[in-house]
Ligand binder design. Sequence first.
Ligand code: ATP
Ligand code: MG
Length: 252
Amino acid sequence: MGRIIAIANQKGGVGKTTTAVNLAACLAAADRKVALVDLDPQGNATQGLGTDKNAADHTLYDVMVNDSPVLEAVRPTEVENLSILPSNRDLVGAEVELMGLDRREFFLKECITPLHDLFDYVFIDCPPSLSLLTVNGLVAAEGVIIPLQCEYYALEGLSELLQTVIRIRDNLNPGLSVLGVLLTMYQHTNLSRQVVDDVREHLGNKVFQTIIPRNVTLSEAPSFGKPVIYYDLKSAGAQAYLALAREVISRG
Ligand code: ATP
Ligand code: MG
């Protein structure tokens, strides 16, 4: 049975998608079968893996709203062992259409059940909000990875997110746990070091040992539709995500 891991933080631009795409690709390179579910109408993960988000025959919207079979929507990428369940702006509509329905928090979970047996890891790239879509992501997941940018306001919003995780665990998904907090965009500055110290002091062993540096290669790779290990393997960004993949495997 595969592990289903949501990557979530309602703060925008903290490295959720970069982490989803690159961690997924590193695990695929380690011979794990991996699927990435793009739960963000921005479709950044879809594009970051070289898929034209507006040309896909079936997207996550069709699966969640129009009963399209999930296995018709999941498609291979150019990366061996890595598949994508693509999304585009249409997914905004899912939010509206699910709103009035019974069990509206469980739609994603029910849709992606067939992936459980086919993949070793299923990652869910959440949008930057605590919307119904994100709730669906957290209800479908067993673990959540929370990227935090090494900036002054890093911890802002974290307690609200952790409250949400607890509320979902208590009411909707008893199996949910925080797999780890991931520090991203680290720079060799006093501020970054201070943020690392603060976050480790508050969250202890919930923080991954691996820290993702700010590295321009990570921001360039998506425009080539490639995970960073296929764009510049030697870069600090690629090496950091490989280390993170090892840590995720060792945390089980
Ligand atoms: P959103 O909330 O909009 O979904 P996000 O949390 O998914 O954003 P990303 O899209 O991964 O964040 O990253 C935001 C921007 O920062 C992107 O342009 C990305 O290329 C860049 N970026 C992410 N991580 C790094 C890094 N470690 N070094 C340099 N640039 C990075
Ligand atoms: Mg994103």
